[in-house]
Design a protein around this ligand. Sequence first.
Ligand code: ADP
Ligand code: MG
Length: 259
Amino acid sequence: MSCAAARLPLILGELRLPTVKRLWATVAEQSNKENWPAERYLAAVMEHELAERETRRLDRHRIESQLLHGKLLSNFDFAAVPSVSKAHVAALVDGDGWIEQGANLLLFGPPGVGKSHLVCAIGNGLIDRGYRVHFTRTSDLVQRLQVARREMRLPAEIARLDRFDLLILDDLSYVRRDQAETSVLFELIAARYERKSLALTANQPFSGRDQVFPETEMTLAAVDRLVHHSTLFELNVESYRRRAAGMPLTIRQPTKKKD
Ligand code: ADP
Ligand code: MG
């Protein structure tokens, strides 16, 4: 091995090019055999590095997202939810600009109808497209924000969530509704308004506003900001869980299959 080649592993390690470090010798062998011009060799190893970097990045994004495992569009049965158009969901995943605008996504419906599944599926699709997504139960996030506020670092904690293009708050309806909780959520909603998207699921649509956010002006202002630029899905069907368990509750109308 030449002196230059012997130093390569060290150099590539220093430069943090693990893929080139792993592949340079194999590609060099082929390159020498086939008399590649130097620039072709360089481009070939660098492209490998780039591709693996992208894969590692997406892996990291998937782990940090904490999306529910296995909840994908490919295993979401759209026929079960006639009010949700598959084409509309596909457009959201393709990022028809809503993420850049910091618009929101609201999913309402009783328990078991697929709100969490659908929102995670959309989140997964967005990660594939390079966006950063984070899923949390609303009550967990509220607790985290309350701790942050007690420690005088609420703005910093909210700012840290800015790294996520889409923050998913699951089960808004299960948050206990005292003033303290509502106000940390308000801070979050106000901070992200028209900048960073929120998706949230809840049992009650906001028409029964006081059911989601009680009393104060502040909470009405939160609802206003949430719905201003938003896509709304109402999943008013029977629980998929219950249906899957073969427990008919009502006679179902034949549903028209959406595209
Ligand atoms: P929700 O969040 O509305 O309470 P989930 O998303 O948790 O409901 O759905 C309950 C279960 O039923 C999950 O295991 C989910 O994957 C499944 N499920 C619900 N709706 C559908 C659907 N349309 N297609 C496939 N699976 C579904
Ligand atoms: Mg759910």
